[in-house]
Ligand binder design. Structure first.
Ligand code: GDP
Ligand code: MG
Length: 604
């Protein structure tokens, strides 16, 4: 296929602005060309329905599109939508020459729209703004076009107004992709070079890497090397994604497709890695860095007898997600488990949910923590670690102030977009989270965009929920990495009946220790049910107790209410109580519900 008639593009959007819906429409429209005219609608519909499972995960698809009597190959490259995965987004984008930037005609520009725009802008891609959902009653495309001109400096005439749902003007989107985007400039005569922009694990066939060819060509049977690990593989199968796999004999520069080459784990085909021919090594594509974990949490089986089942579930899940880091860990109270690192809180929740749903595992997840750093002053510790600067991902291992020159905490630059009615409230919440305002601009007559520098620790657990509920759902939020800053932080322990519970240890800012300690004790008081004895809940800094709550003793006799008869009701109550118990974990003699470990950090 001639390179001049290839276009590689991505769809980027704030969540729910219609990325998947538009992708489905594009697949429908272009699928129609390869079918006979008769019955095409019905066939396409069924096929799209059948492929839904695939399109949810990977919308990477090679589409054939007829324009002015020429056939074009349009490669639609999927990007994950959430802030946790912005590193992956930037990698997928680097395989493209342009993007469709979708904005909802009712909601207008939101925080992720801005973040995604900059990723594409910095990669110097052609950006086609698309205003979606013009069929909505409250759609105001005019206003959104003005926002786009103001915030992104893109002339409003360049916007395409569509309804992905009804299909209105969707064909025009494809025409503009052909007209406005440049073809890739890669050369078939160069040595083979490909970017891995996604990878999946298949139980039977191993790793399926999604690749974009930046040079040369690749054939079945070739021996290739992945630059990051330097391991070599033989190509067993390769082809196009339509989006289902279509095996081919060969892929060429400018094309996008999949490669199966006997890789056993996705770690061998990491996003952003470069593949090349063993015989013709090339300079790897720039900017490869392994995904960086920003949130760490302990994970333990509810019951130690489930340890090996859980271990195999964790292994299987990480086989498919190379961005999760895994370290063995153990604790006095919870036994053997792991300390896992995630890209963000959503990533952690998805992982946890998959463990429970797909592997039926019952796990305790401890309070998440961000990676702190410490510059050590103690010669003993420096010798022990072999260096001055260490990263701490487990609060229980936080070195004491007396052994440290300085602590550093990770920072992020947050973008908040909101109607201006909420400015006051938002500013006070941000201040409360130790946010520092860097910028504030109006993007239209009553919406503002604010930039805040935050300690990651302050926003990682529940800031977004808080922002949403405070603004009746109107404010949106996104953030990017902003390095490390010196911080006056200390370790706070929680004691249940005088026994420290390592899994509840957190790192807090010194100025907030008292209020944080008090809040944690109150939340634990709510989270732990009354038991047959009194429970003292204490927060302590070193040996000094800074807060205390008491959970009064209580004897819960569930059967007292239904004397005599009704045996089914009795059974029901007993069953309910048993289920309640199942979710409890003993810490010493105290029963703690498993979600208490994470809920203690959620502010009201
Ligand atoms: P994504 O999160 O960006 O992939 O968004 P989706 O494609 O999943 O769409 C989010 C919601 O918006 C879904 O309920 C869609 O049905 C709806 N939607 C998408 N496009 C349109 C449109 O053009 N008009 C209307 N009224 N709804 C739309
Ligand atoms: Mg979607």
């Amino acid at each position: 296929f001639p390179v001049e008639r290839i276009r590689n593009f991505s769809i980027i959007a704030h969540i729910d602005h219609g990325k998947s819906t538009l992708a489905d429409r594009l697949l429908e429209i272009t699928g129609a060309i390869t079918k006979t005219q008769k019955n095409k609608q019905v066939l396409d519909k069924l096929q799209v329905e059948r492929e839904r499972g695939i399109t949810v995960k990977a919308q990477t698809a090679s589409l054939f599109y007829e324009y002015e009597n020429q056939t074009y190959l349009l490669n639609l490259i999927d990007t994950p939508g959430h802030v946790d995965f912005s590193y992956e987004v930037s990698r997928s984008i680097s395989a493209c020459q342009g993007v469709l930037l979708i904005v909802d005609a009712n909601q207008g520009i939101q925080a992720q729209t801005v973040a995604n725009f900059y990723l594409a802008f910095e990669a110097q891609l052609t950006i086609i703004p698309v205003i979606n959902k013009i069929d909505l009653k409250n759609a105001d495309p005019e206003r959104v076009e003005n926002q786009i001109e103001k915030v992104f400096d893109i002339p409003k005439e360049e916007c395409i107004r569509i309804s992905a749902k009804l299909g209105t003007n969707v064909d025009q989107v494809l025409q503009e992709v052909v007209k406005r985007l440049p073809p890739p400039t890669f050369n078939r005569e160069d040595p083979f070079k490909a970017l891995v922009f996604d990878s999946n694990f298949d139980q039977y066939r191993g790793v399926i890497a999604n690749v974009a060819l930046f040079g040369g060509c690749l054939s079945k049977g070739d021996r290739i090397v992945s630059a990051h690990l330097g391991k070599s593989y033989e190509v067993n199968e390769l082809g196009l994604l339509k989006p289902e796999e279509l095996p081919m004999e060969r892929l060429y520069a400018g094309q996008v497709g999949y490669v199966i080459a006997g890789m056993k784990e996705v770690k061998e085909a990491q996003i952003g890695d470069t593949l090349y021919h063993q015989k013709h090594p090339v300079e790897p594509l720039p900017g490869f860095k392994p995904a960086k974990a920003m949130v760490f949490a302990g994970m333990y089986p509810m019951d130690q007898s489930d340890y090996s089942t859980l271990r195999s579930a964790v292994e299987k899940l990480t086989l498919n997600d190379s961005s999760v880091t895994v370290q063995r860990d153990s604790s006095l109270a919870l036994g053997a488990g792991w300390r896992l690192g995630f890209l963000g809180l959503l990533h952690m929740e998805v992982f946890n949910q998959r463990l429970e749903q797909e592997y039926n595992a019952s796990v305790i997840v401890t309070a998440p923590t961000v990676p702190y750093k410490a510059i050590l002053s103690s010669p003993r510790l420096i010798k022990e670690h072999g260096r001055e600067e260490i990263t701490i991902v487990n609060p229980a291992q936080f070195p004491d102030r007396s052994l440290v020159k300085e602590y550093l905490e990770p920072m992020v630059m947050g973008t908040i977009i909101s109607p201006d009615d909420y400015i006051g409230k938002i500013m006070s919440v941000c201040l409360n989270r130790r946010g520092i305002q860097k910028n504030m601009v109006y993007i239209d007559d009553h919406r503002v965009m604010m930039k805040y520098l935050f300690p990651l620790n302050e926003i990682v657990v529940d800031f977004y929920d808080h922002l949403k509920s405070m603004s009746s759902g109107y404010a949106s939020f996104d953030y990017e990495d902003a390095g490390y800053q010196a911080a006056d932080v200390i370790r706070m322990d929680i004691l249940l009946n005088g026994k420290p519970v390592e899994e509840l240890t957190t790192i807090v800012h010194r100025d907030r220790a008292y209020s944080a300690g008090k809040a944690m004790c109150e939340r634990l008081q709510d989270a732990i049910p009354r038991q047959m004895f009194e429970i003292a809940v204490q927060a302590a800094i070193g040996s000094k107790v800074i807060a205390r709550e008491t959970i009064k003793a209580f004897r819960k006799n569930v059967l007292a209410k239904c004397y005599g008869g009704d045996i089914t009701r009795k059974m029901k109550l007993l069953k309910k109580q048993a289920e309640g118990k199942k979710k409890m974990r003993y810490i010493g003699t105290v029963q703690v519900p498993k979600d208490a470990f994470i809920n203690v950090l959620k502010r009201k």
